[in-house]
Design a protein around this ligand. Sequence first.
Ligand code: T46
Length: 138
Amino acid sequence: MKPLDAHTLEFGSLGDERGQLISLETVAQIPFQINRVYFIYANRDGVRRGFHAHRKLKQVAVCVNGACKFDLFDGVEKKTINLDLPTKGLYIGNVIWREIYDFSPNCVLMVIASEIYDETDYIRDYEQFMELARRFNS
Ligand code: T46
């Protein structure tokens, strides 16, 4: 059985007397070629997002401001990750169901992606996800 393909990453901050700066580069900090970046912010109170997996896409999520939580499930193993620091990233491999919740009012969630946007890469149907996950993750 494969372990759940998601883990946290620790980013070094280049701080000086003026403040902090974090640089994220392909390979050095991000374990794939970066092809897209998007931001999620101004979420309504109590909202949950995600509810899908990806066939091919790999991503790194970072709360550059505020905090939120990720529930991850590969069809066998579950993990909950609390993102609450700009120095903490979450790498998520493919065929992993994700739900994102507990967004703080000031949360800005930056997501770095390995591919450009492609709706056909999404598995939004839970039964379809479970069927693929059984083959892919066990
Ligand atoms: C993920 C979690 C963490 C685009 O047109 N381009 C894009 O790059 C993205 C990410 C989305 N969209 C469109 C698709 C929908 O019409 O924006 C709308 C909202 O996207 P979605 O409902 O997929 O948002 P979330 O927050 O449920 O999921 C997003 C990402 O889509 C997903 O890959 O892992 O954030």
